[in-house]
Design a protein around this ligand. Structure first.
Ligand SMILES: Nc1nc2c(ncn2[C@@H]2O[C@H](COP(=O)(O)OP(=O)(O)OP(=O)(O)O)[C@@H](O)[C@H]2O)c(=O)[nH]1
Ligand SMILES: [Mg+2]
Length: 260
């Protein structure tokens, strides 16, 4: 009997030791209407994950709201505040470095505006456990799974993805996706100080550098819902950056190998 308990106890300890440390990074700029809801939604999944908010000193008080919630989720919610708005790419680079220093095994990117559903995290984590080094929450696996976007935006995003596939030959249907999980080993291979882009092109660049270096990428179908609250930060510059960025990536492919 005693032996039985002992075996069970060691098994529990062993599984706890083996459990992966998982971090979800959410960059924010003026997300006061979404921030507490999204943080609560992530913790309500009951998955054992930490959350890091990287805020660019949002004038609407997003950072203060996070600080309040840190009193409730004191061991699992973290905030990094950058002193000026530098775009999504810079926020993620900051978050990735923070995560690597603390040796998180799986590091996720996710938006604050509920376009990415926290309930998908469970399946995405399973994919990293068993099948891939990178998991992409993908809108374009079975048709186009986007809710409430104007047609112009759907077409832009869809054709942007086709364009990336044609120019780069990378076998990913949703290359601009921003709901992505990376294993630590992938982010360690990529030189974060040499990331070139900041917007959609940043998302393409990360996936491309992972793919060029032979990491296995798997897409998981998601339904992308347009933001209900808060303002869009999309701009013409971000689109042009992506258009020329893809050509730049293709032309410099060899340089990214074991970089890098
Ligand atoms: N820290 C930081 N976060 C940003 C910046 N720009 C955007 N974000 C955040 O990045 C995530 C994605 O940005 P969105 O504005 O939703 O971009 P999008 O999904 O392409 O466009 P919309 O949903 O139409 O607004 C959100 O959580 C934003 O708050 C920035 O300059 N700095
Ligand atoms: Mg959004």
């Amino acid at each position: 009997m005693l032996l039985h308990h002992y075996v069970e106890f060691t098994f529990v300890i062993f599984t706890m030791m083996k459990m992966n440390n998982i971090l979800v990074i959410i960059p924010t700029y003026n997300e006061i209407e979404n921030i507490s809801k999204i943080i609560n939604a992530v913790f309500n999944t009951d998955l054992s994950i930490d959350v890091l908010i990287v805020d660019d000193l949002s004038p609407d008080g997003t950072g203060e709201e996070v600080r309040k919630l840190m009193k409730i989720f004191s061991n699992s919610l973290f905030l990094e505040t950058k002193l000026e708005k530098q775009g999504l790419g810079a926020a993620y680079v900051h978050g990735f470095k923070w995560a690597l220093k603390r040796e998180y095994d799986y590091i996720f990117e996710m938006d604050a505006d509920f376009s990415h559903q926290p309930m998908e995290l469970k399946s995405m984590i399973k994919i990293l456990d068993s099948e891939a080094d990178v998991v992409v929450g993908s809108r374009y696996i079975n048709g186009v799974n986007v809710v409430n976007w104007p047609l112009s935006r759907v077409l832009l995003s869809y054709f942007a993805s086709l364009y990336v596939q044609i120019i780069t030959s990378m076998p990913i249907k949703d290359a601009t996706a921003g709901f992505v999980g990376y294993k630590m080993s992938v982010l360690k291979t990529i030189n974060l100080d040499q990331m070139k882009f900041i917007g959609y092109a940043f998302q393409i660049e990360l996936k491309y550098k992972a793919w060029v270096n032979g990491f296995k990428i798997k897409e998981h179908p998601i339904i992308f819902v347009n933001r209900v609250f808060g303002k869009s930060k999309m701009s013409g510059n971000i689109i042009w950056e992506a258009f020329f960025g893809v050509l730049f990536l293709r032309l410099n492919k060899k340089k990214f190998l074991h970089q890098i």
